[in-house]
Design a protein around this ligand. Sequence first.
Ligand code: FES
Length: 130
Amino acid sequence: MYTEKVMDHFNNPRNVGIIKEPTVLVQVGDPHCGDSLLLSLKIEDDHIADIKYKIYGCGAAVATSSIASELAMGKSLDEALKIDEQTIADALDGLPAEKLHCSNLAAGAIRGAINEYRKAFPPATTDAET
Ligand code: FES
């Protein structure tokens, strides 16, 4: 059974769409079920200033993507990198065991987007670090 929070995010998914002129745009998919997620981020001052996504997937994928977007909004990139499958499931008050893997889509997309951004724009090192 799904929790009330899962049903709420499934019925009213937050932050759906694609950011115009995103800083980074990634697509991730689950080869087993065929579901996929297109994630766009606006990154400013090493923080997620905006996050939007389009999800083509099951109900749990919709709910996990929605809550993940809320968890990531406004976070520093380092904080957002800590959002994993368990963080997402906990924020939804749990997911059925057979649906836990659905949170991989959003968690993987956020990590992938940040890693891609950091490859393109490596964090500046200060004199103290060199
Ligand atoms: Fe594919 Fe849920 S069954 S993400």
